[in-house]
Design a protein around this ligand. Structure first.
Ligand SMILES: [Zn+2]
Length: 213
């Protein structure tokens, strides 16, 4: 993992995420250039095993068209299955904690200059590259890029789960002063570590899972 990437997005300020950061796409009339950029992202998302229903939600393109594109690009049909709905899942292992914090930070940074669908595509692509050494070469070599793996199971956090946490995560507070989202990205307070990890407001401890263990 590149320390530079994390350091840059390391301040609490940089991790501030507005609520509803992945709103449904507005049905705006898009220019040719915007459409070309969107289809380029769709291709990348398919190569990263994003499910057709997630691509549909992100882009606002018709579901049938996205399924056809999926088939054309991947030569098989989109994986399906239950959509993620459990935020505690991201806390269950140290790797999930680090990876989900990384994805949200990459996403928030990309969102400064891109629409949601492109920000998530870029964030997930970088996530795939950064974590490529964790999987065997066999799952991506044919495709020529560690971000493009054989199946969504070849990522610690699938695109569908990345989408769910980016859509759910927020640093905003309710009028009661409580956080809107139960999850909270924290920075490890041990010495020089400073690693960012997913936690909750109430979770005890000031160290990341690696420094705690
Ligand atoms: Zn640490």
């Amino acid at each position: 993992m590149s320390p530079g990437l994390l350091n840059d997005a390391n301040t609490a300020q940089a991790a501030k995420v507005p609520g509803d950061s992945l709103r449904s796409p507005k049905k705006l009339k898009r220019t040719k250039t915007e459409l070309a950029a969107m289809y380029q992202c769709v291709r990348l998302m398919v190569q990263m095993n994003a499910r057709a229903c997630v691509i549909t939600q992100l882009t606002g393109l018709p579901s049938l068209e996205v399924r056809d594109l999926w088939q054309q690009i991947a030569g098989r049909s989109s994986p399906s299955g239950q959509q993620p709905n459990d935020l505690n899942w991201y806390l269950k292992t140290p790797t999930r904690r680090y990876h989900s914090a990384l994805i949200v930070q990459l996403y928030v940074r990309a969102l400064r200059t891109m629409p949601e669908y492109a920000a998530l595509t870029h964030a997930y692509y970088h996530y795939g590259r950064i974590t490529g050494s964790m999987v065997s070469r066999g799952v991506w070599q044919e495709r020529g890029d560690p971000a493009f793996r054989a199946s969504e199971k070849d990522y610690e956090i699938s695109f569908a789960r990345a989408h769910f946490i980016c859509k759910s995560y927020s640093d905003e507070l309710l009028s009661t002063g409580q956080r809107k989202c139960t999850l909270k990205i924290k920075r490890c307070q041990k010495g020089e570590c400073g690693g960012m990890y997913m936690s909750t407001e109430n979770e005890a401890g000031r160290y990341c899972p690696l420094c705690t263990g």
